[in-house]
Design a protein around this ligand. Structure first.
Ligand code: SMG
Ligand code: MG
Length: 369
């Protein structure tokens, strides 16, 4: 494909309720929507970098800058590009995986749309719907948390993930377990809020039959996670630490995780996400699809990815109304606790122009010269 033109839009989508994690509180989702244009196709991508560089070193303005200065120009200078040939074109740029992932997603979407093939078919999906889990933020009180979880379970969510941090861990887990019983699939996510010195404290979570504890320690502390894995019965899952198929393989070899959270943005795109799926499958490590409060674009791609065979645990792929009153695409809705995997060409969803315009704060265009 010859890319003629790339458009980057900054958008800001208000959240229905603030989302608090050990990293901070988000009131709105600021994202970057990437559009690539060829002579006869158009593709959409979403950059999941947040407003602040707190989940990882990337943040939305930095991602926009590196796209404009360093990632889009080689794409527009190339005679031909596909999702597969994009990575070598931008390999001189170190890191910036979320920015690269957004561009790859848009190229892959344009490519698949031009063949009339869906993301699901392109990635190798084996399911037509995926079980939906929900990530529940840190609350001000236990009654507030119980209310929120009750609401999500009533909607049909298949698994609950509680965000934890020091001071909000054992008590909320105990309260949810006691109130909703042993059949509720329950897991926790610390976003690296603990240290190795918290090992004995974290071992107290072992009494609650959690599916997993996600990223308890610093992203670079693989040996710490390996030591923790030996001390806890609760399975360790890595999120922030896994940035590539290689780092997944290393973490597995070190015994630093039993389960991997796969997020295309974190690892540089859907193609690397699939490689991680494959590496984990070959090692008997189950994976699940994480979330970054995506709009319908990212949700569509993630639903397709989560339909691959080794995605055996419910992901953080909630319905659009978990976060947004109005999504930029047709909303994803919960049906019997599942999201339907789109089957149309490419992502199978497209932003609604009027809604997209309404949430757009800035637009940048780059054209082939
Ligand atoms: O998309 O539902 C979602 C968000 C799920 O908890 C979620 N994501 O560490 O897994 C994670 C967080 C990262 C985003 S909050 C900074
Ligand atoms: Mg996480």
């Amino acid at each position: 494909m010859r890319i003629e033109h790339v458009r980057l839009r900054r958008i800001s989508l208000p959240l229905i309720t603030p989302f608090r994690t050990s990293l901070g509180i988000e009131y709105e989702r600021s994202a970057l929507v990437v559009q690539v244009f060829t002579a006869d196709a158009e593709g959409w991508g979403e950059c999941v970098a947040g407003a602040e560089p707190d989940y990882s070193s990337e943040y939305v303005e930095g991602a926009e800058d590196v796209l404009l200065r360093h990632l889009v120009p080689p794409l527009l200078a190339a005679e031909s590009v596909t999702a597969r040939t994009l990575a070598p074109l931008v390999a001189a740029v170190k890191g910036h995986r979320m920015a690269k992932a957004a561009l790859e997603m848009a190229v892959l979407d344009a490519e698949l749309r031009s063949y009339g093939r869906s993301f699901a078919a392109g990635l190798g999906a084996v399911a037509d719907r995926v079980p939906s889990g929900v990530s529940v933020g840190i609350m001000d009180s236990l009654p507030e948390l119980i209310d929120a979880v009750a609401g999500y379970l009533a909607q049909g969510y298949r698994r609950i993930k509680l965000k934890i941090e020091p001071g909000w861990d054992i008590a909320p887990v105990r309260a949810v377990r006691e109130r909703f019983g042993d059949d509720t699939l329950l897991q926790v996510d610390a976003n690296a809020a603990y240290t190795r010195a918290d090992t004995r404290h974290l071992a107290r979570l072992d009494s609650f039959d959690l599916q997993l504890i996600e990223q308890p320690l610093d992203e670079e502390d693989l040996l710490g996670h390996a030591a923790l894995a030996r001390s806890l019965h609760t399975p360790i899952c890595l999120d922030e630490s896994v940035v590539s198929a290689r780092s997944a393989a290393d973490a597995i070899a070190l015994g630093a995780c039993h389960i991997v959270n796969v997020k295309p943005g974190r690892v540089g795109g859907y193609l690397e996400a699939r490689r991680i799926h494959d590496v984990c499958a070959a090692s008997g490590i189950p994976v699940w699809c994480g979330g970054m409060l995506e709009t319908g674009l990212g949700r569509a791609g993630n639903a397709a990815l989560a339909a691959l065979p080794n995605f055996t645990l419910p992901g953080d792929i909630s319905a659009s109304d978990r976060y947004f009153a109005t999504d930029i695409t047709e909303p994803f809705v919960l049906r019997d606790g599942h999201l339907t995997v789109p089957t149309g060409p490419g992502l199978g969803v497209t932003p609604i122009p009027a809604v997209l315009d309404e949430v757009t704060t800035t637009v940048n265009e780059l054209r082939r010269r």
